[in-house]
Structures are given as C-alpha cells and as structure tokens.
Ligand binder design. Sequence first.
Ligand SMILES: Cc1cc2nc3c(=O)[nH]c(=O)nc-3n(C[C@H](O)[C@H](O)[C@H](O)COP(=O)(O)O)c2cc1C
Length: 228
Amino acid sequence: MRHYISISIYSYWYTIFFFCFCFISQLINVKSYIINLVHKCVAIRHAKKAEKSGVDIISLDGFECAGHPGEEDIGNYVLQAKGAKVLTKPYVCSGGVGDGIQLAAALALGADGVNCGTRFCATQECNWPESFKQKMVDGDERSTVLMFRTLKNTSRVFANAVALEVSRIEKEKGINLEFADVAHLVAGVRGRKAEKDGDADGGIWTAGQVVGLINDYPSCQEVVVSFH
Ligand SMILES: Cc1cc2nc3c(=O)[nH]c(=O)nc-3n(C[C@H](O)[C@H](O)[C@H](O)COP(=O)(O)O)c2cc1C
C-alpha cells in the first residue's frame, strides 16, 4: 500500500480516493504531501469520522453505486441531504449519477459535485470490450445484482450469467454461504479472461444502477459536455 501511495505522489496525482483512510494514515503521513484526500463513505457516521481524521473531501456513496455500497442501504436522496446538514468538509454525490439533471439534483441536495464510475465505463475511451458496453446499453436499472450480502461485504455488479449464478448459490446456501462456494465464479483471473475474450457473461464486472440511464457509449468529452 505504501508503494502505491508513493507512486501516486511521485506521479503528481494530487487527488487520491481512499476507502480506509484511518488505516492508511497509520502507514504513511500522506497529509505531509500536497494532495487531496477523498474518502469514500456509505454512511454519515463514517463520513464524520473521516472528517475528523483529516480528509479533504468526502465521497458519499449511495446504495445505487457500483462496487461496495455497504450494508446499510441508504439511497442518495437521503444520504446527500443528510450530508448537507451535518458535514463540514466538501462532499461529492457518488452512485447512480449519469446525466446533467442528476448533477443539478445533487447540487440542489447540497453536494459540491458528483463522482461517476459506471457512466464512464460506457465510453469510447474505456478499455472494456464493446460487448460489456453493449450489455449496459441493452440493460436497464434492474440489471445489477448485489453479491456477498451474507458475508457482509456487499458488492454491486452487472447481473450477467455469472453474477446470477452467484446469486442463485447465495440464495441456496443462505447464512451458511462461505466464500469458497462462489470463489471459482468471482475469481479475478476469470474476470480478466472474460475481458480478454470479450465475453460479457464470462466473469464478474462492477456496475451500478445507473446502467438504466445509459443508452450509448460516446466519448468521455461527449459525456461531460452532455452534463452542461
Ligand atoms: C468498474 C468499476 C470498478 C470500481 N472499482 C472500485 C475499487 O476498486 N474500489 C472502490 O472503492 N470503488 C470502486 N468502484 C466504485 C467507484 O469508485 C464509485 O464509488 C462508483 O462507481 C460510483 O457509483 P456509479 O458507478 O453509480 O457512478 C468501481 C466502480 C466501477 C464502475
């Protein structure tokens, strides 16, 4: 971890996203460098703790988000409004944002900006295979699924064939699920092979509910301009 942070600093990446700043701050005094620390939080109490720990910006990630939405299932409509009431540092609305109307809504709720993940995966510049991007275009807001709930490590991924198989096993095993039951399906090596082969159903890949708003995969510039 120390190594990755050093690379970031010496590569002049002045903004770094953390999921676990309290832990990282014990490894290296990142605040002694001129960088912005953004901490991803899915709960207000985590955001408050991150503020106390000295982060510069909070990314408040709602339940809609791709990746790890946490275990509390708070949607952005409440999360962002609560952020405005209790946070003192700037914060960005993350999760589910894919167009300019949502940007305006996030600002109206009190956020200082937005963080978009999935929307930029459906762009020309993203090095994902076209088949992945087309799946997002063909999908809708129901096209993601939560995995690892019972393991308390919830992940939101695209609901492709592999993800649905993981989901089926999870339902079958219930609270007796062990990671080993699904490891062969979610393994990184499998995901990388799927990417290489352009097989959108071959492995797990991260996506948020905003796929319901994605109808094309233009350039990043066009996406940003469309936010105006
Ligand atoms: C392909 C992809 C990979 C991601 N990888 C990570 C990751 O490694 N660590 C992390 O904290 N969040 C990760 N995220 C989540 C994003 O940082 C961000 O919180 C999320 O995408 C926001 O939700 P949205 O996709 O609805 O815009 C990833 C998101 C995507 C789409």
